[in-house]
Ligand binder design. Structure first.
Ligand SMILES: [Zn+2]
Length: 272
C-alpha cells in the first residue's frame, strides 16, 4: 500500500504536469471510486474546472479547484494516477479519465478498486482530514507531542507509528525501517521510551521518509510514478521483507513477527 513517500512522489509528479490545467471533461468507467456520487454528477461538477494546486495530507492527494471545490483522492492498495497523451481506448483497470487542455489525460487506474475519489467543499469541515495526526515531516512532530500521545497508552512503538490519528502517513514498510534506523525494538511499549529514544524515533522517521521521497518511493508491488516508472527505495530497505537475511548492522538474522495482524521486521540483537 502506498505510504507517505509514494503519495508525495505522485503529488510532485502531478504538480509538474497538471497544475494550472483545465479539466475539459471527465469520463467515469467504473463508479466504485466515486461512490456514492453518480458518474454524471461527478463528470459535470469537474468539467471546466482549473486545477489550482495538488498537495498531500497524510496519504491523501488534494486537488484544489476554483472556487471552494476539492477532489480528495486516496490510492489505498493499487490506485494510480497516470498522465499521458490522449488515448483512444481505456485499459482494463482504468476507472476514470480526466481530459485536460493541451491534449493530455490524467488517468485514475485501480486494479483492486479500493481507491477513492471524493469531492468536498471544505478541507476544514472534512472529518477524514480533521481526524489525522501530525505530518511526520513537519515541526509539529516533537518529543513532547509523542510523550502526550503515549502517556496513557499501552501500545507498542510500532503501532504508535502506524496510528494515523497520532502521526499521519506512515505504514508498515516505513515503520519497520524507522525503528531499525533508531535501533529500537518494535515490541517496546511506547510509554516506556525515554525522551532520548523518542528523539531518535523522530530523527529516524524524518531521515527515512525524506530519503524515500528522494528515491521516488518504494515499488515492492504495484506502486508506480505518474510516468509508470518504479520508485527506487526498495533497493535501500534494511529490514522490511528481509526475514532470515543477515542484519546489515550486526549480521544476526532479521526476524519477522506479527503485531496486530501485520508483519514487523527487526533485528533482535541491535534493536533494543
Ligand atoms: Zn542487527
Amino acid at each position: 500500500m502506498p505510504e507517505l513517500p509514494e503519495v508525495e512522489t505522485v503529488v510532485r509528479g502531478l504538480q509538474e504536469t497538471v497544475t494550472g490545467r483545465e479539466i475539459t471533461s471527465v469520463k467515469v468507467f467504473r463508479d466504485t471510486p466515486i461512490a456514492p456520487l453518480n458518474p454524471k454528477t461527478f463528470e459535470k461538477r469537474l468539467a471546466g474546472r482549473s486545477i489550482q494546486s495538488v498537495t498531500r495530507r497524510a496519504k491523501y492527494l488534494v486537488f484544489q479547484f476554483d472556487p471552494g471545490l476539492y477532489l480528495l483522492a486516496h490510492l489505498r492498495m493499487t490506485g494510480k494516477f497516470i498522465v499521458s497523451p490522449l488515448i483512444s481506448k481505456p485499459e482494463k483497470h482504468h476507472r476514470v479519465w480526466f481530459f485536460l487542455d493541451k491534449d493530455i489525460v490524467m488517468v485514475f487506474d485501480d486494479m483492486r478498486c479500493f481507491g477513492t475519489l471524493e469531492l468536498i467543499e471544505s478541507l476544514t469541515d472534512c472529518n477524514k482530514l480533521r481526524l489525522l495526526g501530525v505530518e511526520p515531516l513537519s515541526s509539529s512532530l516533537t518529543v513532547p507531542y509523542l510523550k502526550k500521545c503515549i502517556a496513557h497508552s499501552s501500545s507498542n512503538i510500532k503501532n504508535l507509528l502506524l496510528n494515523q490519528t497520532k502521526i499521519a502517513g506512515i505504514g508498515n514498510i516505513y515503520a519497520s525501517e524507522i525503528l531499525f534506523d533508531a535501533q529500537i525494538s518494535p515490541l517496546r511499549q511506547g510509554c516506556q521510551l525515554k525522551a532520548k529514544e523518542l528523539r531518535k524515533v523522530i530523527d529516524s522517521t524524518q531521515k527515512i521518509l525524506t530519503t524515500a521521497i528522494q528515491k521516488n518511493g518504494t515499488s515492492i508491488s504495484d506502486f508506480r510514478r505518474i510516468d509508470e516508472q518504479t520508485g527506487e527505495f526498495q533497493n535501500f530497505l534494511n529490514v522490511y521483507g528481509k526475514a532470515e537475511q543477515p542484519c546489515p548492522r550486526c549480521s544476526v538474522p532479521i526476524q519477522r513477527i506479527v503485531q496486530q495482524q501485520r508483519s514487523s521486521f527487526y533485528c533482535a540483537s541491535c534493536q533494543q
